[in-house]
Each structure stands twice: as C-alpha cells, then as structure tokens.
Design a protein around this ligand. Structure first.
Ligand SMILES: Nc1ncnc2c1ncn2[C@@H]1O[C@H](COP(=O)(O)OP(=O)(O)OP(=O)(O)O)[C@@H](O)[C@H]1O
Ligand SMILES: [Mg+2]
Length: 439
C-alpha cells in the first residue's frame, strides 16, 4: 500500500523519499559538499562525513544495480522489466485519478494499493492488493486496460482471480487485438497429431482433455470452414471420421472416403449415430478390462492410445427441423451418449448449428461441449445461451466470434475462423491428399 498525500497545489503525490535514487542523490550531494567544505575550511572532522556519505551512496547504488540486474531475469528481459515498472506506475496513476475523482471529502491522504506486474507465457499478470472499499471490479479492470499502452496495447484483462482470503486480486491480460487466424500455407501445415486440433494460433485443443466442440453462427459466418479445418487435420492423422451432414456439403468426401461413414438423410443420420453409440459401449468394455489390467482408475482412451473417433456434424438445426419427433428423440439420445460418455473412450463430437437455442438441442447436450464457439454478431440472449454470459455488446467482424473452453477460459475470448482459402487449401484434392498421406 502506498500513501499519497495532498501537496500545496492540491495534487496527491507520493513522497519522493520512498525511492532509492532520491537517497543516492542526497548522499552524493553530502559527499560533494563535504569534499568542498574540507578543501576550503581544511576541517578534518568533515572527513568522516565524507566517508560515510560516499559509502552510503555506493551501498544504495549497488542495491539499485542488483535490483536492475535481477528483476529482468525474473521478468524475462530488460524491456519487459522496464515495461512492467511503467505499467505499474500507470495503473497506480489510473487508480489515483479515479479515487481522487470519487472522493467528495477533502482528504489529506489517499491509500493506493500495492501493484505488481509480471510477465509469463505471453501473458501479463497484474497483482493488486485489495484495500477496503475496492469493490467495483469493473472499474479496476477498466483502469488496468486503459493503462496498457505501447507494445502491449492489444492486451486486455481476460481473467480475474481473487485470493481466497480476499486480500488481493490477480488480473491476467492477454493479447486480444492481434489477429490469431490459423492460416495454413501448405498441406503440411494442416497435419496434426492424433487427438489434437488447431482452431487458431493460440488455441490447439487436446480433445481427450477438452472434448466436443460446438460452433454456432448465422449463415455465412464460417461454421463449415471451421469444420473443414478440423476434418483436414483429422484426415492427416488417421482419426476415424464420421460425417453428419444437413446440407450435403460433405457428400463429396465419398470420392475417397468410405460412404457408410457419411450420413445425409434422416434415416442415415439416425443409424450412423446409433452405430457410434454401439462403438462407445464396446469401447467402454475395452476400457474396463484395461483398467483392471493396469489397476489405474480414471484411465481414458487417450492413455491406452485408442484411435480417436470424431463425429463431424454440420447444420444440426436443419436436420432436427426435418425430423419426425421419433427420429428427433433418437438423435438427441444418441448425441447425449456421445457427449456424456465419449471423452473416456475417445469419441468426440464437433458440431455446427445456426442457433444454440434449446429448440434445436436440449441444454444438457449443450452444456457438455468443452469448447463453445459463437461466430458473428449475436443478441445478448444468444450469447447467454452459448456462454452463460454476454461476450460483447458491440458488433463482431466477419469470420470472427468468441469462444470459451471449460477449464481454459473464464470469460469469452476472441475467435478467428481458420482461413483455408488464402493458400487454396479448401479443395477436395487437398483433403484427399491428406487422407492418402496419413500416418
Ligand atoms: N477465415 C476466412 N477468411 C476468408 N473467407 C472466409 C473465411 N471463412 C470463411 N470464408 C468464406 O465465407 C464463406 C462462407 O463460410 P462457411 O461456409 O464456412 O459459412 P457457414 O457458417 O457454414 O455458412 P452456412 O450457414 O451458409 O453454411 C466461405 O465459402 C468462404 O468463402
Ligand atoms: Mg455451412
């Protein structure tokens, strides 16, 4: 905590005597003065003053140098070190300004919380001590966001952690403005290890940890493109793919891919999902015996290297809309099986649909998607359905949106639709090549 006192001009200021540099200058001043005095007055007592002041200045100087040398190592570089110092200063100033504005009474002193800025893994951590009355978290967050300028101006608070004892906050800042679009340049860029899918530059998911992906968005927002990128990556590592297709966009995969794994009409869709449910049951038995053998609890298909299965479903809304109530019931039951039991046996669902509304799929399915992506602009209600909160009140640029991954994010984060078009990687020939070159 720092105490700022009101000076004669009515501004709150922090005593300069709190800084080491101030004392170094003072001691050096005393030293120079005493040298001068000794020369003129030829007084020997001054000698001691001279020695003590020089020693003090040197001592403090060494501490300051050690500080400058040690902190950058901890903070990963001199630039980051100086940046963290100036960010601390700017945040403090922002706090001070809002506090001064809020204070009606003419207080002689103001307490400003302790602030510590550190860098780690492309993130900025801001530790803020919690003082009495600091309850307006949104204002604190806004203060921090406005204090980030220069090289890190695209960084903003994405997460807030309150200490268990309530005495401090930690704000985590991430790069939000920079475009994170996954733009593969060559076929090789689409190759991926089994279980992993790259959705954007800072988001590669291990499906066994973060199973099932839902993508929502209005027509033309890029849903199918996200699915295509997932399909390409799955084809490259021999993941077993199943297609559920409400718009016959995937039927052209049958040129090189087994037709029985592509379902387009309602009967095919239901029977394909039933087949997946059977695979899940079979794999559960397989897992049970693996658990017995290994005597390990909590084993998943990933641990025993089961070949992952990914069910890619597009335009689920229009499939549901065209189904009889009996078919819909079967579809819902089978999807529920996949999202509830799939993770432990490595069966994953990656699904796109225009609306996250429960008229399409019940909320107990929706809540099982680890990763939820909402593309394009959407009403507050739609955002709440997708994320249980509102991601933004503003508009969203084309082929962008927001996402949340349970266990990875606390607030919705910017999402960028992969761009397979820039380097012509969205064609069937490319997918066929990935399939044929699979490991
Ligand atoms: N990241 C991107 N960059 C540039 N263009 C893109 C990008 N993503 C998609 N597009 C373009 O937008 C078009 C529509 O995208 P897409 O088919 O993925 O949307 P959709 O949400 O599936 O729409 P629909 O509801 O009509 O199926 C694509 O054909 C492509 O030309
Ligand atoms: Mg589409």
């Amino acid at each position: 905590m720092r105490v700022y006192r009101k000076n004669q001009r009515g501004y709150y200021s922090y005593g300069i005597y709190h800084y080491l540099a101030f004392w170094i200058v003072i001691f050096l001043g005393i030293f120079l003065l005493s040298t001068y005095v000794r020369d003129i007055l030829k007084l020997d007592v001054v000698k001691d003053v001279e020695a003590v002041s020089l020693m003090s200045a040197l001592f403090l100087g060494i501490i300051e140098i050690i500080k400058i040398l040690v902190y950058p190592i901890k903070n990963k570089g001199l630039f980051k070190y100086f940046y963290s110092l100036s960010l601390e200063r700017r945040i403090r100033k922002a706090f001070l300004n809002t506090m001064t504005l809020n204070i009606v009474k003419d207080l002689p002193r103001i307490e400003v919380p302790k602030i510590k800025v550190t860098f780690n893994d492309e993130k900025i951590y801001v530790f803020v001590q919690r003082l009495a009355g600091m309850n307006d978290l949104e204002k604190i967050q806004a203060n921090i966001n406005s204090a980030v300028v220069g090289k890190y101006r695209n960084f903003a608070v994405v997460e807030l952690i309150q200490a268990d004892d309530g005495t401090s906050f930690s704000f985590i800042l991430e790069d939000l403005g920079t475009d994170k679009t996954f733009i593969p340049h060559t076929v090789d860029d689409l190759k991926q290890d089994p279980y992993f899918i790259e959705l954007q530059e800072n988001l590669t998911l291990n499906l066994s940890k973060y199973p099932h992906v839902a993508i929502w968005g209005q027509t033309g927002s890029g849903k199918t493109t996200v699915l295509m990128s997932v399909i390409a990556q799955c084809l490259s590592n021999n993941t077993e793919l199943y297609f559920v297709d409400g718009k016959t966009e995937f039927s052209s995969f049958s040129v090189f891919y087994p037709k029985e794994k592509i379902a387009t009409d309602n009967i095919e869709v239901v029977s394909l999902l039933k087949h997946i449910s059977e695979i899940i049951m079979k794999r559960q038995k397989q897992m049970a015996s693996a658990v017995q053998k290994r005597k390990e609890l909590g084993l998943t298909g990933f641990d025993i290297k089961l070949k992952p299965i990914v069910v890619v479903a597009d335009e689920v809304g229009s499939i549901v809309a065209s189904m009889s109530s009996k078919e819909k019931k079967e579809l819902v039951n089978n999807l529920l099986q996949i999202v509830q039991k799939g993770r432990s046996v490595s069966v994953f669902l990656v699904m796109a649909s225009q609306s996250p509304a429960t008229t399409v799929l019940p909320s107990d399915i929706r809540s099982q998607f680890s990763t939820r992506i909402l593309l394009g602009s959407a009403t507050g209600d739609t955002q709440r359905m997708a994320f249980d909160q509102v991601a933004t009140t503003g508009g969203v640029a084309k082929f962008q949106g927001y996402y949340m991954t349970s266990g990875l994010t606390v607030q919705p984060q910017k999402f960028f639709v992969p761009n397979l078009y820039e380097h012509d990687l969205a064609s069937m020939q490319i997918f066929e090549r990935l399939y044929n070159e699979k490991e």
